[in-house]
Design a protein around this ligand. Sequence first.
Ligand code: CDV
Length: 308
Amino acid sequence: MTRMIIAGAQLGAIQKADSRDVVVARMLALLNEAASRGATLVVYPELALTTFFPRWYMPDWNEVDTWFETEMPSRATLPLFERARELGVAISFGYAELTPEGQHFNTSIMTNRKGEIIGKYRKVHLPGHVEYDTERAFQHMEKRYFLPGDLGFNVWRNEGVIMGMAICNDRRWPETYRCMGLQGVELITIGYNTPAVNSQMSAEGQEKRLFHSDLSLQSGAYQNASFVVGVAKAGVEDGHPLIGGSIIVDPDGFVLARAETEEDELILADCDFAKCAFGKTTIFDFERHRRVEHYGRITSQTGVIIEV
Ligand code: CDV
């Protein structure tokens, strides 16, 4: 039976002018606190090292590339990997990845407790738009700056637990969780940057956005009998508010821990992974209950087709 104290390391706002070194110092402080409280895995948000730059329209790709990492560990993040290894704590965080071939991805990595990268995920469901949109209150240019992830939804056995990753908008899609559920996933880590207002509907504010975040994370956990850790980058970045609401969810869909602030904040939960077995062998025993002969549309059709 595997038990592990998991920490979600919510980050407060990161301003455009904040350097990677300043951010990594904040991440180190959270790592040290998490280790002192017994955590052996610390999960940080999506694009943890910088401000949420896709809100800015940048026509010059030389400027865009300044937000990306060409290696991991990078010079700035090496102290985080080294400290995590010293403490024996696995970590997961998101960053913008520029490959040697010149491809741009919204990426997340996971290490083992020796500080070695054992898993990489590239965000599949990219929200937003490619061109500057005058109709929006602010831009969300992930479709401009990133390619859709090309690695799929993999899982890794890490410290005895089957773990997988997703990033932000992925959490709203049941396919994300089910692809990992079909590989027996027991813990899914999901970092996010979610604006507190909808750029296309000013009436949609923080309350509804937090509800949708909880709803997605809790249903994904329950329907796949897996723990889920959702971790925000929160607070007001250069005038743009992001929701907090980081949570750790158990395989029944119950919230075990919840962030109360929109700042750097740790949430912790003692996760007993034996609890995944009940759902996986009863109501969500996929082998016995799934009816794939009726699911063809899920992979053969992308958008809605109305035939009646
Ligand atoms: N970073 C994100 O993917 N944000 C989206 C917003 C744009 C809705 C999200 O799903 O939270």
